[in-house]
Structure formats: C-alpha cells, structure tokens
Design a protein around this ligand. Structure first.
Ligand code: RP5
Length: 174
C-alpha cells in the first residue's frame, strides 16, 4: 500500500478520552486494521490529562500523523482541544452518554466556532466506523490501492443488502 510518508509510523491516531470509550472505538481501530492503515490507539483526556493532550496534538505533524480521530463523551471537548493546537485534520466521534444520549458529546464537537473545525461523525458505533472509513477515503486521495479497497468494501456492502433483499422476497429471511 502506498501510504508511506517515508516512515513506518502511524498515519492515523485514534484517541479517546477514557478507557470507557474503548468498547465503541475498537470498531474504528478494527476497520483501520482491516484496510491496513497504520494507526495507533491512545487514551488521552482533555480534562484529566490536559498537558498530555496538548503535547500529543502539538507533536502530531512532526510525528507524521495525517489524521487524528478523537472520541469523547459529554462536554469533554477532546476533539476541539486537539484541533486547536494542530493543523492535522481532526475527526470527532461523539460517545453516547447516559444522561443526554450523546447529544452533549455531539454538540460539543459539531458546534465548533469558526476557525477550528472538527469533522464530526454520528454518535457511537456508527460514528466510530464512519470515522475510520472517512480516514480511509481521505488517505485514498493519494493512495490508489486504498481507493480500490474502499470500492471493494462498498461492493461487499451492496451485495449483502441485495442478498438480504432476495431472502426477504423469497420469505426465507432468518
Ligand atoms: C470523557 O468522559 C470520555 O471520553 C468519556 O466518554 C466520558 C466519561 O468518562 P469516564 O468517566 O467513563 O472515564 O472524558
């Protein structure tokens, strides 16, 4: 795969605010793995480990990262904090929350004031998976092999829906 930036380090960082986010964000990491995208997974909190958060994001470009995926719940604001100190694009994944269903997380990411964007995905597992797929699509801009993999992934999804349609029409959907 032509992902190389001349190094063997990760191209994508999947950062989450707490180990409680891991069960959801594992889907993101698994998809990146499936596409062969070099990535690292980190637990860094904007409010519990603010110095580490700023140091990580400040060094992201020098580290060779092309994208950061940041997941957090409630108003923790991890994605915005990371985006504030790097020009490496940040995709935010809002975590579902017990009190407000993740609307708090969503708004803290999607409603960034003008100037520092956070590309925000859906709440929870769908967002975790879509963040990985968006990362693949962005990296695929300069990686034809990765683009082909993404096209194959979509063809497979299409085939699965068509197979389910055939089953339901034949009355044998289990
Ligand atoms: C955020 O607060 C994390 O991203 C997590 O989603 C939420 C709750 O964290 P825990 O109290 O479960 O560690 O920082």
């Amino acid at each position: 795969m032509n992902q190389s930036n001349g190094q063997n380090g990760p191209l994508v960082a999947v950062v989450m605010g707490s180990k409680s986010d891991y069960a959801v964000m594992k889907d993101c990491s698994d998809l990146l793995e499936q596409f062969g995208v070099r990535h690292e997974v980190r637990i860094i909190s904007a409010h519990r480990t603010p110095d580490r958060a700023l140091a990580f994001a400040s060094g992201a470009e020098a580290q060779g990262l092309k994208l950061i995926i940041a997941a957090a719940g409630k108003a923790a604001h991890l994605a915005g904090v990371l985006a504030a100190v790097t020009t490496v694009p940040v995709l935010g994944v809002p975590m579902a929350t017990s009190d407000l269903g993740g609307l708090d997380s969503l708004l803290s990411m999607v409603q960034m004031p003008a100037g520092i964007p956070v590309g925000t995905t859906a709440i929870g597992k769908a967002g975790a998976k879509n963040a990985a797929l968006l990362a693949v699509a962005i990296l695929a801009i300069s990686d034809p092999q990765l683009r082909d993999q993404l096209k194959d992934f979509r063809k497979k999804m299409q085939a699965e829906v068509e197979a389910a349609d055939a089953e339901v029409r034949e009355g044998c959907l289990s």
